[in-house]
Design a protein around this ligand. Structure first.
Ligand code: H2U
Length: 347
């Protein structure tokens, strides 16, 4: 029998993280009798006077949000990272290591209206969000090693508030994902003299099997090593190392491709598509170097697998052995390619 990646199980390598994923495409045919998620709450009011992220609302800590008309950033009232804390003592025992962790956490509201998600925003509004991220990256990146901008969207992803927003966590240390990706991109650069992800993108553009959409500056693809069913990456065509390097044109073209991608996501199962997404780029602050091995990129990790109500669980084998997927990345890319860029709510 001849091997076909669409039919036969195999493992694939992720060079960014030095990890493997098990791909089992034959399992796509199995019936689902497990958990069905409740459809997400679709009818969200434009303004809720009890929602602490809305304009003009008094938050539980007594602070009053301004009547903001575009984006609004504030320090998280319940931050996981604080700025000034005592340092733990040095430990000589390799089995009991602690290190200092300083940082700050912020919340950025994307839009004054609670029912306007990224795909429903205008490109200009999304550009304003990206410019807001750049301001935060510039400011926090002066001091901190890593500034993680991330959006948790949908209650299925643990998002506690339907108002469109993201979080920004800045830390004195490199978190695991950053540290591992930094290490493997650096090794690749030292070996081949070229950034790993630019090499990867060149090859994906030749193959065209996992590319979903493109514009003059950006490419969206389902990575060869994707673990989530409809996981995608947004990659720049040129050697951009950090979000703060973007030109005005690149901000606008990024806003455009984000809108196109998230519209396709919403159209896939005709639902406000849940995901965790965020941006990775060269480390900052005390960890900043020339960053030549880095390519700035966005990552979307959506949990839905078959419908608006059936999600992929990362449990069992994933927790104890390694990640596994049924749908191949090529099949996922084709599904996403075949979708309309007119939002189902606006048709
Ligand atoms: P998530 O929905 O992604 O969990 O983000 C909401 C964040 O907003 C959460 O981190 C913060 C929470 O701590 N928050 C405030 O800082 N103040 C509030 O009054 C409500 C929520």
């Amino acid at each position: 029998m001849e091997f076909s990646a669409e039919d036969h199980q195999h493992i694939r390598y992720n060079p960014l993280k030095d990890e493997w994923v098990l791909v089992s495409p034959h399992r796509m045919k199995r019936p689902w009798s497990g958990q069905i998620e409740r459809p997400q709450e679709e009818e969200i009011p434009e303004h809720d006077p009890n929602n602490p992220l809305c304009p003009g609302v008094t938050r539980p800590n007594g602070q009053i949000n301004p009547h903001y008309s575009s984006t609004f950033v504030f320090t998280n009232d319940f931050p996981a990272l604080l700025e000034n804390v005592p340092e733990p003592p040095e430990s000589g025992d390799p089995l009991f290591q602690m290190k200092k962790a300083e940082g700050t956490c912020r919340v950025m509201c994307f839009h004054p209206k609670s029912n306007v998600t990224i795909p429903l925003m205008t490109e200009e509004e999304i550009s304003t969000v990206i410019r807001g991220w750049i301001v935060q990256m510039n400011e926090l990146g002066e001091k901190y090693a890593w500034v993680q901008v991330f959006e948790n969207k949908g209650s299925i992803m643990g998002c506690s508030n339907p108002h469109p927003h993201c979080q920004i966590w800045a830390s004195s240390f490199l978190p695991n994902e950053a540290r591992i990706k930094d290490m493997h991109q650096r090794k690749y650069y030292e070996k081949f003299g070229y950034p790993m992800l630019l090499d990867y993108l060149k090859k994906e553009l030749q193959k065209q099997v996992r590319v979903v959409i493109e514009n003059s500056d950006w490419v969206v693809l389902v990575p060869y090593w994707a673990v989530w069913p409809f996981e995608t990456m947004i990659l720049p065509r040129t050697h951009i190392k950090q979000m703060t390097d973007l030109t005005q044109d690149e901000v606008e073209s990024l806003a455009s491709i984000m809108k196109r991608l998230t519209t396709r996501y919403d159209n896939l199962f005709q639902t406000s598509f849940p995901y965790s997404m965020g941006w990775h780029g060269a480390p900052t602050g005390p960890y900043k170097d020339n960053g030549d091995h880095w390519l700035f990129h966005g990552i979307y990790y959506p949990p839905l697998l078959r419908s608006a109500t059936v999600k992929k669980f990362m449990v069992g084998y994933e927790m104890l052995a390694q990640c596994q997927r049924d749908l191949t990345p090529e099949q996922a890319a084709e599904r996403l390619r075949n979708l309309s860029e007119i939002h189902y709510k606006q048709q």
